[in-house]
Ligand binder design. Structure first.
Ligand code: HEC
Length: 221
């Protein structure tokens, strides 16, 4: 009671109805309970909203990434080493510009060592221009690229003894295209390499380590 009087000093103290006062105090208690509950529940929706924002942002960024780098899954742009996606069926491989595809595969996989002009780096990476390895036997060339090459080899009268990594992870189409490209670029003038030839040799040889020049001797013609 004395509590209530303290809270309503304007009433002059005497006019306080004890019942009203107790109602008021009940209401106040309830109000404070409600307030507490509201405060609690206020904290909850924030998290789900943040999660929704987070995933929206993620999808936005992912969408922008796909738009910029997806290349509409064009086989000219598409890189099968990046994921289990297939090239679109409606593209007839015969219609594809093999030289353009080969050039792209070359830039991405070979150029770092054999250089843009195909001349390699003296003493380290052999040239691809005017060499029997490139313009000669397809059988040997496909094997070099599918499985790699190591140990001493001779290219244009110079000896190299390095290691070339295998490129078996490239598709038959990409291997055929890059080999056709190097056989016909920089003044080279040899026949193109077909996808079927690459597929056949891949099947025939299976998986194995890098070849040596000696092991490739039977495939030189
Ligand atoms: C990391 C460097 C590197 C990359 C990348 C590379 N090569 Fe080579 N390549 C070499 C080396 C080193 C040799 C010599 C290997 C040896 O001494 O036995 C070689 C040898 C060759 C040869 C036989 C020799 C010659 O010069 O004609 C061919 C053909 C060839 N590479 C083609 C390719 C093609 C095609 C690609 C891309 C698909 C490629 N290389 C990517 C380093 C590389």
């Amino acid at each position: 009671m004395s509590d209530q009087k303290k809270r309503n000093p304007e009433d002059g103290g005497g006019s306080v109805d004890p019942e009203a006062a107790s109602d008021e105090s009940l209401q106040e208690v309830h109000a404070s309970l409600m307030r507490k509950r509201e405060e609690k529940s206020e904290g909850f929706p924030i998290m789900p909203i943040m999660i929704v924002f987070f995933f929206s942002a993620l999808m936005l960024v992912g969408g922008i990434y796909m738009a910029n780098f997806g290349g509409r899954f064009d086989p000219m742009v598409f890189d099968e080493t990046k994921g289990p996606l297939a090239a679109p069926d409606e593209e007839d491989p015969e219609e594809l510009d093999v030289v353009a595809l080969g050039s792209r595969v070359y830039q991405q996989n070979c150029q770092a060592c054999h250089q843009a002009d195909g001349q390699g780096v003296p003493g380290a990476f052999p040239p691809l221009v005017e060499t029997e390895w490139v313009t000669g036997s397809e059988e040997r060339l496909v094997r070099v690229v599918l499985h790699g090459l190591q140990g001493p080899i001779e290219v244009r009268g110079e000896e190299y003894s390095g290691v070339m990594a295998p490129f078996g992870h490239l598709s038959d189409q990409n291997v055929a295209a890059v080999l056709t490209y190097i056989r016909q670029e920089w003044g080279n003038d040899a026949s193109e390499v077909s996808e079927e030839t690459v597929a056949e040799i891949r099947r025939e040889v299976g998986s194995r380590g890098a070849w040596t020049a000696e092991e490739l001797e039977p495939y030189t013609d």
